[in-house]
Design a protein around this ligand. Structure first.
Ligand SMILES: [Fe+2]
Length: 740
């Protein structure tokens, strides 16, 4: 067994030349046998041209020797037989020396050379050898030419095979192409491919692969059945095992692959075999096996290299497929990885999205909270501002002791605070019914005629329950409520005015300026304000009571004083009345008139300490007595000193004898240094004194008194005040004689 095709060569040792001799003369044949040694020349002798044709099998005859003495026909037949061969062997004609001319004529008809049997043996041997050598050269030349053609053909086949392989990416097609090309290039009976199973490492006959019909296993005939397959696979396994091509050139060697097989070539066995591994980077992907070279007993020449070339290209093509498959696998893995990564990214994205949504939600909540806080801050700020306002209002109303003024202030401040068009205070009368004490936004008629019994309507309910109420939708309240018709607003506020748990009245607020409803915050503010208002009203009421008590007490004292002095009886009352008339004429305020009211009554209270001997003295008073009299304004002030609420009144009492020209007492004040109330009081005081008798003089008539007043106007008296009194007297039609 060998694994290499033997390359035949003539250069290795002497070769016996096969000579085919067609004799005509045994004598001449004998001479040639003597001249040509048997060790060199194998001479076969035939007698006819036909025999010659029969013995020329293939190209194994090296030289043909023709006896020129033979009949012409025989010679012609012989030449024809020689020419019928693809590579005709050289023909040497021979004869004796007498046949020289005949031989030359044969040369003309195609003989390669001639010799005479009578020539020296060396000459004969050389002639034969030369002819044989020439023939051999011709044959070699022909074989070379054939080989070149064959190689060109093989190269062409391999080139086309290579080109085809580069465009085929299907294992079945690659194998099909491989086998067909191998079959064509190597001209063999059997071609078969085995592939290495990647998983098991076992060789798999491509015939057994799951191919459809027309599988590429090429066998020109199948006579060996299963055993032939075993032999081929055995050769393929040995190729894999050795890692190199295998060449088996005998049936025995091939059968020896599988010990239990006896399959001679004539029974479908294999008589030669060539393999080539499909190698890629030293790794065998499979084996291609060819066997039974057609037309030759052995694989020849470059068959092994051709098969190796085919195997290489097939291996590369298969490796490309596997690489592609690997790439596809990689692509699949990459795809899976990408899918996994994508899934993770999606999951991550979802997570981030969720986080973003949570953050957005949190931001929204924070925003809402911030907005809420801002609104609360704003509300708180508003509340603080409103509390400040309420505090200021409380200060204002708390300092107001005059009930009417207080109530008006409460109304106006409430309207301002709550931006309300209509505000009213209802107080309980002696029967417990509510009447409107003061209001803004209501007609005088409503104010005058409204009277609500306890429990009646919203106001009556609040007064009875003592609870504040916010009505957002007034129209939703029962229609039988009497108050309802007065509310043209959608909402109202009503709070009780409570002192020590007792409701003394209510504070009503309706009609938001600019529209809109009141709310709980407004109700809260109004409740606080109502509480302050109730306290203030109660305080004012108490203060008024105390003040009235004081005043009545002092007035009683004044009356007692005046009662003991018949001259000045009713003087204080008269002065008060005149003064109030003048105040009205001059448009003084209620507060100013209150001062005048008190001062008119009390202005001469200081005289209580002056002896009647002075006050009733009919004669002129002495200086000392005048000094005593001049003290009565200050004495009056001191008498009233403990009474705080009479502070402005005390000033009037102090200054009621001051004169506009500064000639009065006790301070000598001038004009506007003297309070207006005092200037009014002094005119009324003088007038009443003038029109009444005194111990020291008679009474003046009204006309005289008016004249006197006018005379002193601008000096002792304020001209405007004098003018006022004169107008009043004129209006009253009193400019007649004064009463006595
Ligand atoms: Fe007086």
């Amino acid at each position: 067994m060998t694994n290499k095709i033997h390359k035949s060569s003539d250069s290795h040792g002497p070769k016996v030349l096969r000579l085919l001799l067609r004799q005509s003369s045994r004598k001449l044949t004998g001479k040639l046998r003597k001249a040509l040694p048997r060790s060199i020349f194998q001479m076969e002798v035939v007698n006819t041209g036909d025999e010659l044709a029969e013995r020329m099998d293939g190209d194994t005859v090296d030289v043909i020797l023709l006896d020129v003495s033979a009949p012409t026909m025989e010679n012609k037949k012989s030449f024809d037989a020689v020419r019928s061969l693809s590579i005709p062997p050289p023909v040497l004609v021979y004869g004796d020396n007498a046949s020289f001319d005949t031989m030359i004529s044969f040369i003309k008809h195609g003989a390669h050379g001639m010799f005479s049997v009578d020539d020296a043996p060396d000459i004969i041997i050389n002639a034969v050898r030369r002819a044989a050598r020439n023939h051999h050269l011709v044959k070699e030349n022909v074989h070379l030419k054939e080989s070149i053609v064959s190689k060109r053909k093989t190269i062409g086949i391999l080139e086309r095979f290579g080109e085809a392989m580069s465009t085929v990416f299907d294992v079945r097609k690659i194998m099909d192409l491989t086998l067909r090309v191998a079959r064509r290039a190597l001209d063999c009976e059997v071609c078969r491919l085995f592939l290495v199973d990647n998983d098991t490492g076992e060789l798999v006959d491509s015939k057994d692969l799951e191919y459809d019909e027309g599988h590429p296993q090429l066998e020109l005939w199948i006579a060996g059945g299963k055993d032939r397959g075993r032999l081929l696979k055995g050769a393929a396994e040995l190729t894999i095992e050795n890692g190199q091509a295998l060449y088996l050139n005998s049936a025995e060697d091939i059968i020896a692959l599988e010990g239990d097989i006896e399959l001679p070539p004539e029974e479908g066995g294999l008589y030669n075999l060539l393999t080539a591994p499909l190698l890629v980077k030293g790794r065998a992907l499979g084996v291609i096996v060819v066997a039974n070279r057609l037309g030759c007993p052995d694989f020849i020449g470059d068959d092994d290299e051709v098969l190796m070339s085919i195997a290489r290209q097939t291996a590369f093509a298969l490796a490309g497929i596997r690489s592609l498959e690997g790439e596809e696998s990689f692509q699949e893995q990459l795809g899976e990885q990408v899918q996994t990564t994508t899934a993770k990214l999606k999951e991550r994205n979802l997570f981030l999205q969720k986080r973003l949504e949570e953050k957005a939600d949190a931001n929204t909540k924070i925003k809402a909270m911030a907005e809420e806080i801002r609104e609360k801050n704003h509300s708180l700020k508003d509340m603080i501002e409103q509390f400040k306002v309420i505090h200021e209002i409380s200060q204002v109303i708390g300092s107001e002791l005059e009930n009417e003024t207080l109530i008006k202030k409460i109304i106006s401040e409430t309207a301002s605070l709550l931006r309300a068009e209509t505000v009213s205070i209802m107080l309980k009368d002696t029967e417990g019914s509510l009447t409107i004490r003061h209001a803004v936004g209501l007609s005088a008629e409503v104010i005058k005629n409204t009277r609500v019994k306890p429990g009646e309507g919203i106001s009556g309910w609040v007064a009875e329950e003592g609870k504040p109420i916010l009505v957002r939708d007034v129209k939703s309240i029962r229609k039988d409520l009497p108050d309802i018709t007065r509310y043209h607003s959608d909402s109202l506020l009503c709070v009780p005015l409570k002192i020590k748990g007792r409701v003394s009245g209510i504070l009503n607020v309706t009609n938001r300026i600019g529209g809109g409803s009141f709310d709980e915050k407004d109700l809260f503010l109004l409740t606080i304000l109502g509480s302050h208002a109730a306290t203030a009203i109660e305080n004012a009421k108490l203060y008024g009571t105390i003040r009235d008590n004081y005043f009545n007490t002092i007035k009683a004292l004044v009356n007692a004083v005046e009662a003991k002095d018949s001259w000045t009886k009713d003087h204080s009352e008269n002065v008060t009345n005149y003064s109030l008339k003048i105040a009205d004429f001059l448009g003084l305020s209620d507060e100013q008139k209150d001062i005048i009211r008190y001062a008119g009554v009390l202005h001469d209270i200081g005289k209580i300490v002056i002896s009647s001997t002075i006050t009733d003295k009919p004669d002129s008073l002495t200086n000392d007595e005048w000094e005593v009299i001049r003290e009565h304004p200050l004495i009056g002030q001191r008498i009233l000193d403990p009474i705080d609420f009479l502070e402005p009144v005390k000033i009037c009492i102090q200054t009621h004898h001051e004169r506009c020209d500064g000639s009065g007492y006790p301070f000598g004040l001038k004009a506007h240094e003297i309070p207006l109330e005092t200037r009014i009081l002094s005119v009324a005081d003088a007038y009443d004194a003038m029109v009444h008798s005194r111990p020291y003089r008679e009474a003046l008539t009204i006309n005289e008194a008016v004249t006197e007043l006018k005379r002193s106007s601008g000096a002792q008296f304020d001209p405007a005040v004098v003018n006022g009194l004169v107008r009043i007297i004129e209006a009253e039609g009193l400019l007649t004689a004064p009463e006595q």
